[in-house]
Design a protein around this ligand. Structure first.
Ligand code: IPD
Ligand code: CA
Length: 275
């Protein structure tokens, strides 16, 4: 039997290594950039994405771990002699546009699982690289920010709610139609531009819900944050109220509603499905 890996300290070391490498790139990229092609997830690759992924892989290899990397940047890659032993699903930088423009909201996301399925993630980390807040979770053990247990809000209605809504899409006409009642009923809407971190904000009670029904967000972006939300006690489903399940794959996308509690979740789903 393979020795059990204590993942959390390793994930924290990944974060430290990312920070050490991307520090000099923050804010310095808002200008002409080298053409690094397109990542496995389909977006233009930026230097910070490449550097952050390399920093994460470097730590894992340094630990002598065999793994299959599922990354938004370099796709699916096998490392070590027994790569099927575990899957490391990574979005090296979520919020790349923010990072390169000097907008202070981006993170690194790493999720560990024994199989390439969203529901199989057992350990997760999302780190807010600029503010230094690191969210972690292990299945069945709760969710934490810098070691302090987090929990979502109990806000039952939209009257005073802060709800994140991702409207970043060229298909805005269709998406807006489905979202219009929710937007109309919500006191404060937000979108900061790094959805993994925005899910952690729901988990930690900074916001009350986060909605992304574009069908554009990849499982690599949210694999870690979804475990953190669930472990914090939040509610997560598809816009139709089903379990959010999908293969961990850089091309696989998901639609979801994430809420602090079942009451506000049901309310949001009702407003979405009335259309
Ligand atoms: C992006 C962010 C953004 C969302 C985009 C994602 P990336 O991630 O999460 O908020 O609107 O759809 O692609 O590309 O910076 O990793
Ligand atoms: Ca990314």
């Amino acid at each position: 039997m393979e020795p059990k890996i204590d993942w959390l300290p390793i994930l924290l070391r990944c974060k430290e290594n990312v920070l050490a490498h991307i520090g000099p790139l923050v804010k310095s990229q808002n200008g002409p950039q080298p053409d690094l092609g397109t990542g496995a997830g389909g977006d233009k690759t930026q230097l910070a994405d490449v550097v952050a992924e390399k920093a994460i892989v470097e730590v894992l290899l340094g630990e002598g771990i065999s793994f299959t990397l599922v990354s938004e940047e370099s796709g699916v890659k096998e490392y070590g002699e027994k790569p099927a032993l575990c899957y490391v699903t990574v979005d090296p930088i979520d919020g790349t546009t923010n990072l390169v423009r000097g907008l202070p909201f981006f993170c690194s996301s790493v999720a560990i699982s024994y199989n390439a399925l969203l529901s199989e993630v057992h350990t997760a980390m999302v780190s807010d690289l600029l503010h230094g807040d690191t969210y972690t979770a292990e299945r069945g053990k709760g969710a934490f920010c810098d070691g302090k247990q987090i929990s979502p809000t109990r806000t039952p209605s939209l009257d005073d709610a802060v709800v994140g809504i991702d409207l970043n899409t060229y298909k805005a006409t269709a998406v807006m139609q489905q979202l219009s009642e929710l937007i109309q009923e919500t006191k404060y809407t937000r979108h900061f531009g790094a959805n993994a971190l925005e899910l952690c904000y729901v988990a930690a009670g900074l916001t009350d819900a986060f909605v992304d029904i574009r069908g554009k967000l990849r499982t690599t972006d949210v694999a870690a944050a979804m475990l953190i939300l669930k472990e914090a006690g939040g509610t997560l489903s598809t816009p139709q109220g089903q379990l959010v399940e999908a293969p961990l794959d850089p091309k696989q996308t998901v639609k979801f509603v994430a809420s602090g509690n079942p009451q506000i979740h049901a309310l949001i789903l009702r407003l979405l499905t009335r259309k």
